[in-house]
Design a protein around this ligand. Structure first.
Ligand code: ZN
Length: 137
């Protein structure tokens, strides 16, 4: 029964890790598409600003001040993208933390027992030495 419980526990933890992974995947891809939209908006506004600026230069009226609203707008999109990227990093870190905390198949600690024949350090619970083949006593 204990063995079954432990197996069930392991499976549950596996399922939890998978669900964490898929939840963060959904959020990550949502953020990535928001970033991509913001980038398109930013490129669009930059193109528009470039054209307006060029035309005003051509008309002999080029002035940075005249376009301060456009500059501010582009800068706010840039800021938005930076925040979204930071959020992505955060999700990645949280995911690593959660998945890193999930139990890994535990290898027996090496060096817990020593072969009485050759003295090799062996994983605890070893029945035979993997160095000389002697039974571990
Ligand atoms: Zn040995």
């Amino acid at each position: 029964m204990a063995m079954f419980d432990s197996l069930k526990d392991t499976l549950n933890k596996g399922v939890a890790a998978v669900s964490v992974k898929s939840e963060t995947l959904v959020e990550s891809s949502r953020i990535k598409s928001t970033i991509s939209n913001a980038q398109k908006r930013m490129i669009g506004e930059m193109n528009e600003l470039g054209a307006k600026f060029y035309n005003s230069w051509k008309a002999g009226q080029a002035s940075v001040e005249a376009f301060s609203a456009e500059f501010a707008s582009i800068q706010s999109i840039e800021q938005e993208i930076a925040e979204l990227n930071a959020r992505l990093e955060q999700i990645k870190a949280e995911e690593d933390k959660i998945l890193g905390a999930a139990p890994k198949p535990s290898a027996p600690a090496a060096g817990s027992v020593f072969c009485s024949n050759c003295g090799k350090a062996l994983p605890a619970g070893s029945r035979f030495c993997d160095g000389c083949g002697s039974p571990v006593t």
